[in-house]
Design a protein around this ligand. Structure first.
Ligand code: MRU
Length: 354
């Protein structure tokens, strides 16, 4: 499987997603600060992947700590958590992973473990977050495959694939799940301006596996739907509010509105670590704004006149009423989402795919 991120004894290693598909380069981060920079600068991106990176970055930072006393070690630990939390604001998986690391630290500290034992525990916890993410993606793929009709032409936006997770992917996991069930599907990948996750990453990932993929620029999706060229939309998510409103890559909202107009089912695939029951509605989700340069320049070439005003939000909110279902590792949640999302965290079944 595609190696998005891995831990080595003295480093966190990740494929440089800024360079794909032209170059396959692996970046070795040897400190927590280097991991934080890699998240901020999009060496690694995608909600579950940045959660895993933050957890591994914290574990690496503490592994290399010279502190011998638990008090100094604890102060360093919480500072490292703050460093990771300040990288990107929208994807809740980042904060979820940091909270898990804090809980693990607190359990070790209250059990009276030594600094060396706590280091081991943090390494194990970050690896567990990684491994559980792959398992969640596979489960989502199996549930989601059932909503994919044979021969479906599936539109996706951004990259919610192996590269955006610890492996297998969320939206692309659903596509992989359908292919594993023997369904012949084809994919349409929105280019996804300005960072081009669709054109560069989704197309690269799927083509490696021989899944037929057509790349379109973002402004072509409406025309293609109007011609009857899309049967299903599946996207990932960066944060899902308690009522089902979903933050995902900028442009997702437009795709959802178009899908509704054309009667095309619009699904979101995301693990429980992306669902934020503490945020009641989408309007409360913080939206990251990125550098104007991502819009003004492409490959070093300036596209816009000097002084042009730029707005570059990285995400938008799709209201829950546009969403046919939210595919999780425990099943598919349907409207009313306030009930089904709350239920998915309990042991009760969330309902069979239909
Ligand atoms: O800015 P990015 O590339 O981190 O944004 C990624 C997305 O919006 C993905 O669709 C989302 O994180 C889901 S990834 C499984």
């Amino acid at each position: 499987m595609l190696p998005t991120i891995a831990r080595e004894a003295d480093a966190v290693v990740m494929i440089d997603q800024r360079k794909l598909p032209a170059e396959e380069i692996y970046v070795r981060c040897r400190t927590a600060a280097e991991v934080a920079r890699a998240i901020r600068t999009m060496v690694i991106r995608g909600a579950p992947a940045i959660g895993v990176a933050a957890a591994m970055g914290i574990a690496l930072g503490m592994r290399t700590s010279a502190a011998t006393g638990t008090q100094k070690f604890a102060a360093q630990f919480y500072k490292t958590c703050e460093l990771m939390a300040a990288t990107r604001p929208t994807a809740v998986n980042l904060f979820w992973a940091i909270e898990r690391m804090k809980r693990s630290f607190a359990a070790a500290a209250s059990a009276g473990e030594s600094v060396e034992q706590i280091k081991d525990r943090l390494d194990c916890e970050s690896q567990a977050i990684h491994d559980e993410d792959v398992a969640s993606c596979r489960a989502m793929g199996a549930f989601g495959a059932d909503v994919v009709p044979p021969g479906a032409r599936i539109l996706t936006h951004c990259n919610a694939g192996a590269l955006a997770t610890a492996g297998y992917g969320t939206a692309l996991g659903v596509i992989r799940g359908a292919v594993e069930q023997g369904k012949q599907v084809t994919v349409v990948a929105d280019e996804t301006r300005p960072f081009l996750q669709g054109a560069r990453l989704t197309a690269w990932e799927l083509m490696r596996e021989g899944i037929q993929t057509t790349v379109i620029t973002d402004n072509m999706a409406g025309a293609l739907m109007h011609q009857g060229g899309i049967d299903l939309v599946v996207v990932g998510a960066d944060r899902i509010a308690a009522n089902g409103d979903t933050a995902n890559k900028i442009g997702t909202y437009g795709v959802a509105v178009l899908a509704r107009e054309h009667g095309i089912p619009f699904y979101v695939a995301a693990p429980l670590s992306t669902i934020d029951l503490d945020t009641p509605e989408g309007q409360h989700i913080p939206i990251e704004e990125r550098s104007a340069r991502e819009v003004t320049h492409f490959g070093g070439n300036q596209l816009t006149p000097d002084g042009a005003i730029i707005w570059n939000p990285a995400f938008d909110i799709t209201p829950h009423r546009f969403i046919a279902g939210i595919i999780t590792e425990r099943g598919i949640c349907r409207a009313p989402y306030t009930e089904s999302l709350a239920r998915v965290f309990s042991d009760a079944p969330v309902g069979a795919p239909h």
